[in-house]
Design a protein around this ligand. Structure first.
Ligand SMILES: Cc1cc2nc3c(=O)[nH]c(=O)nc-3n(C[C@H](O)[C@H](O)[C@H](O)COP(=O)(O)OP(=O)(O)OC[C@H]3O[C@@H](n4cnc5c(N)ncnc54)[C@H](O)[C@@H]3O)c2cc1C
Length: 370
């Protein structure tokens, strides 16, 4: 790999790392992305992109409208027996549902193959811009640590391991046309929530979030475990789970991190989950990684500004995500009833206002260089 003037090394080819590489290249930097996996690809299931993420993508010159569908996300709420608590209209919120692999593909294709280095695990990073991988030392003017919630960069140069939030999540995507059409919804049980989101190509993304006493509990058959928990919930939930191939049901513990006091140390910046991993309760983790990428590209010569602006934006969101965990994990029948009643009474306009603090954001301009 070539490391020359104004060069950046990006650690991690997830959504955050790829977006950062695109933005920095646009701003005139020479960029190499170092990814430990043998191939650059995203497994995962679906993802919601809020208007702020769509604006961030536009600032990077990207458009995902033909690979996504408008969704109501969390605005259509049902009970496990299927009663509608409230229904919204897509235009109230302007959220897109996309398959992770599709978003990842759009990002990857915006970069030249020569910028992507797979099978390259970073083992050490110094604040002077030295990065060690495969026994080789590389030097860069800027190191972007986009290495995820368990970031080796954060754990060594900062501190703080990921925090298990006593929650776990199963996810899947149905094969095209297997259960179709379906109506998007969020079904709220006591301590358990099921999301149903149609995706392009007559596929459906579903997820189940639930309480879990300790991390790393493995289930012999994840699909059977999901059906054991929610097989009696309203249709089409059991049908969606049953239609998903058993080996494609994903199971992960929900992790986040405590807020870090700075995202920048000399030449090294944290970005995406490495900087501010949140549980998916607000559906903003990837959206914020995309925002980070644009703000970094616009301020790569003023890292203090990146640090200031991004912490001011994401730290309140991290607190809100933790408050959401407390609500979503609560199994108390009275408080659950109160939660559903409040959801029923909130008007679409009030809900729009409540989400606006996260969804409303304007992308800074990236000064492009030839
Ligand atoms: C169940 C679930 C649902 C979610 N839903 C949403 C949603 O609807 N909307 C939303 O906006 N967000 C959502 N999120 C959050 C979102 O997935 C993350 O915030 C986002 O993927 C973070 O991207 P990232 O690039 O920062 O990190 P990652 O995607 O974790 O990428 C990190 C990359 O770094 C690589 N890497 C790690 N260590 C090294 C190393 N030492 N050397 C080289 N490479 C390394 C990894 O292999 C990986 O490719 C959800 C998360 C979960 C768990």
């Amino acid at each position: 790999m070539v490391v020359g003037e104004r060069n950046a090394l990006v650690i991690g080819a997830g959504i955050g790392g790829l977006a950062a590489a695109i933005g920095l290249r646009q701003a005139g930097w020479s960029v190499s992305v170092l990814e430990r996996a043998p191939v650059i690809a995203e497994v995962g299931a679906g993802l919601t992109l809020w208007p702020n993420a769509v604006k961030a993508l536009a600032a990077l010159g990207l458009d995902v409208t033909d690979r996504s569908v408008p969704t109501i996300s969390r605005g259509n709420i049902r009970t496990p027996r299927g009663r509608w608590v409230r229904r919204n209209h897509p235009e109230d919120v302007g959220v897109l549902a996309i398959h992770r692999a599709d978003l990842h593909d759009v990002l990857r294709k915006a970069l030249p193959e020569s910028a992507l280095h797979t099978d390259t695990e970073v083992t050490a990073v110094s604040t002077d811009g030295t990065v060690t991988c495969a026994g080789e030392e590389l030097r860069a003017d800027l190191v972007v640590a986009a290495d995820g919630v368990n970031s080796v960069t954060r754990r060594t140069l900062w501190s703080g391991d990921a925090v298990f939030q006593h929650r776990t999540v199963w996810r899947g995507v149905t094969p095209s046309g297997s259960v179709w059409p379906v109506q998007e919804s969020l079904t709220m049980g006591r301590g358990e929530q099921v999301g149903v989101l149609p995706l392009p190509g007559e596929r459906v993304y579903w997820f189940l979030t639930a309480n879990e006493p300790r991390p790393n509990i493995l289930y012999a058959d994840d699909r059977a475990e999901v059906l054991r928990r929610i097989g009696s919930w309203h249709g089409p939930i059991p049908e969606l789970v049953s239609a998903t191939p058993e080996d494609q049901v994903l199971h992960n513990d929900m992790l986040d991190i405590d807020p870090v006091p700075t995202f920048v140390k000399d030449r090294v910046v944290l970005l995406g989950d490495a900087a501010h991993a949140m549980t998916p309760d607000l559906g903003q983790g990837a959206c914020q990684a995309l925002e980070d990428a644009v703000v970094l590209a616009a301020n790569a010569d003023d890292l203090a500004r990146y640090d200031r602006e991004r912490r001011a934006r994401v730290h309140p969101m991290m607190a809100a995500a933790r408050a959401s965990i407390a609500r979503n994990s609560d199994t108390n029948a009275f408080r659950h009833f109160a939660l559903l009643t409040a959801a029923r009474l909130v008007s679409p306009a009030a809900w729009r206002k409540a989400t606006a603090q996260w969804a409303d954001w304007d992308a800074p301009r990236i000064a492009t260089q030839a």
